[in-house]
Write a protein that binds this ligand. Sequence first.
Ligand SMILES: Nc1ncnc2c1ncn2[C@@H]1O[C@H](COP(=O)(O)OP(=O)(O)OP(=O)(O)O)[C@@H](O)[C@H]1O
Length: 627
Amino acid sequence: SSSDLNSDRAALLSFRSAVGGRTYLWNTNSTSPCSWAGVQCENNRVTVIRLPASALSGTLPVNTFSNLSRLRTLSLRLNRLSGLLPADLSQCVELRNVYLQGNFFTGGVSSSLSGLNNLVRLNLANNKLSGEIPSVFNSLTRLRTLLLERNQFSGSLPELKFANLEQFNVSFNKLNGFIPRSLMAMPASAFIGNSLCGKPLNVCPGNKTQPAIATAGVEIGNTNSRKKKLSGGAISGIVIGSFAGVFILLSILFVLGRMRSDDKTSSRDVETVKQPETEVFGVEKPENGGGNNGNSVAVAETAAALSSGDENWGENGAKRKLVFFGDYYKAFDLDDLLRASAEVLGKGTFGTAYKAVLEIGTIVVVKRLKDVAMSERECKEKIEEVGAMNHGNLVPLRAYYFSSEEKLLVFDYMPMGSLSALLHGSKGAGRTPLNWEIRSSIALGVARGIEYLHSQGPDFSHGNIKSSNVLLTKSYEARVSDFGLANLVGPPSSPTRVVGYRAPEVTDPRRVSQKADVYSFGVLLLELLTGKAPSHALLNEEGVDLPRWVQSVVREEWPSEVFDIELLRYQTAEEEMVQLLQLAIDCTVQYPDSRPSMADISKQIEDIRRSTSHDKHEHSNLANATE
Ligand SMILES: Nc1ncnc2c1ncn2[C@@H]1O[C@H](COP(=O)(O)OP(=O)(O)OP(=O)(O)O)[C@@H](O)[C@H]1O
């Protein structure tokens, strides 16, 4: 009835006057709030309030939510809201999705949440909420997402029994004690940053599943657990054990230190170095080569093949030389390359990649192609084609070497390594998260690089777009690598590696198309936005790929759940992220013909970046004006 809608409208107006922000856009002359930005109605009742990153601040008003009795989704994430969660939220019994992460809410949660038995997704991460995690959650039987990380919850974790829980995180709170049985299947990352113990974290001292007593008499169980006194024997055992432990640790550090000082190069930029090692690229022959492992012999064999005269003569009898492209002519010669110290960067679809440090100090990457499946003439033509590609977002091919035994490609070395390593490598200490500005400029750079490849003709495509083929310069500019190689070699030895990026219509990985590149680019865009690798074990276990996972979340409700947690701090970029997410979804649609072209995509990304930087400017002006 209209009186219900009027009471919804009155509630929204009191909400607006309490928290301000972008709600100034609401045209309060309009009698129906259903057309207001971020408000949706069904059957003339307000069902959705979605004002993420809308500069809302202050405290949510009391006696407002009780009037919005049909509310199903409340998304106020990434604002500056503070104070207690309103208790009358518990009267919105139809609420299914509550996204309040990234605010400054304080106090406990139980009174606001009790009775919300229809809740499916609850995200309260990154607030200042405190108190115990209440067992009221146990009555929320439909809950599938419960994210409470980065708050100040304390006490022990209650035994939470959810039948449908898919996402759970209480990391970085002040919780202590053991992890209850019902939550043991969750990943360790869901619990870190607390004083919790037990599976999946370290075993609790004493008892694995019961509140336990930690070493040195620190109580880590719930408050009911009793302290135990340690006997004299136990104490001396601990002391002796600790000394032995310290001694062993020091010995290991000493040995590691010695090993390190023997190393001539560092492997810090490298993502998939399975056997970090240094060797002279091409000088030593197998019989007197230093290393006994497979890689060093392989490199020494290459050296032998390259430097022994006979094999260096081609079909036409001319001595084999490095063939250079463009400005790199005569920058160094084959001998320099053979004398360079080299390190295995990784084995890819087309062969092994080495980082080679030349005596003159230049660093290059040498790719040793395997399984080249075509004639010399054809192969050289293809390589020359790759060398002729000239675009700021492609890794330039500088030179190549061709003989019947060896096919080497020499590329510029990209010091920041691959996007894949930066996004997914060694999370945690010491790793700088990629900020949003860098991520969106990488998206644009990659799009421009692929657009350039596609502009060479309808048959030109990359065929293997993925984050390990996006390399970064010192200033984090994106360069696409491995282009033009797909047709050069036989079928990939490990086709599963590209599965997460492969368009559904591609059954033979060698049959590439521009629209399949667009699909792979869409997956890469999703990877930048979600921080999830397309081959992520969790996604695969459920038999769901990244595009389908994102689509299912977005279809169900607004995409708050999909963004990488490391991006939550970039509130002003929210619009840009959502628009890029939409673009990624367009790129990964099932039917190739419905996907946009790479030229369209670059243009769209440019527009999105331009409009949001304009928005940011306006927004900060407005904020200054209203403050
Ligand atoms: N020019 C380069 N600069 C720095 N690192 C590079 C360069 N080229 C390749 N790498 C790194 O070397 C490793 C092996 O690369 P390679 O291209 O051979 O295989 P891949 O990208 O892992 O797989 P695929 O061959 O299927 O694309 C990867 O970690 C890649 O990031």
